[in-house]
Design a protein. Structure first.
Length: 206
């Protein structure tokens, strides 16, 4: 029984996500089939909206993304499991579709930073619902995320210069879209819970 429960609540989705990113990097030809490619998307290869986030340009690029992706995904899967797939799927599609519609100058895109920020933002927002010290930690995380987004979008700040040296640049739009998507999912959940809490007392009285 204990083993069954342990297996049931193991972080399978986080493990699968990390495995996918590693496979996309080391297996020849896989990345080219998965990467966001404007021309391929225009031809109907819509899966790239989801799979582009598993592709990375180098081991360093993957490593820096995993530094945020792994703890954020683990946190959501272990604490707020019901929100994991929704946050992943919606943020991945929103980032890809947003790039296609509003960032027409970007022909190719790859990396998990956008969905990583979505998961981190969602976890921190859910943490605000508690009355423990964890709430303070989550508030600090959200403040850091907000400062990062403002700095990237309006100041042009980047966390490191190696991205430029590797021949590609950070796309602040993907980070802002990821965080915004998480905020939207959390807001809808909060509104729905508030509506239910207003209905239930009336049902009980009746």
């Amino acid at each position: 029984m204990v083993v069954a429960q342990t297996l049931r609540y193991a972080p399978w989705w986080t493990s699968a996500l990390v495995t996918g990113t590693l496979a996309a990097l080391v297996i020849p030809g896989v990345a080219e089939y998965l990467i966001y490619d404007r021309g391929a998307l225009a031809r109907g290869e819509l899966w790239r909206l989801l799979t582009a986030h598993m592709v990375h340009y180098s081991g360093t690029h993957l490593f820096t993304n995993l530094l945020v992706l792994v703890p954020a995904a683990l946190l959501v899967e272990m604490r707020y499991r019901e929100g994991l797939l929704k946050t992943l799927a919606v943020s991945a599609v929103a980032i890809g579709a947003g790039l296609f519609l509003f960032q027409v100058e970007i022909y190719r895109y790859a990396g998990a930073s956008g969905i990583s920020l979505a998961l981190l933002t969602y976890a921190a927002l859910r943490g605000l619902e508690t009355n423990t010290r964890w709430r303070t930690v989550c508030a600090i995380v959200l403040a850091i995320v907000a400062i990062k987004l403002v700095a990237e979008t309006f100041v042009g700040w980047q966390v490191a210069d190696w991205e430029q040296d590797a021949g590609f640049v950070i796309v602040p739009f993907s980070h802002a879209t990821g965080a915004g998507t998480a905020l939207g999912i959390w807001t809808m959940r909060t509104v729905k819970r508030a509506q239910v809490s207003r209905i239930l007392p009336n049902s009980i009285r009746n």
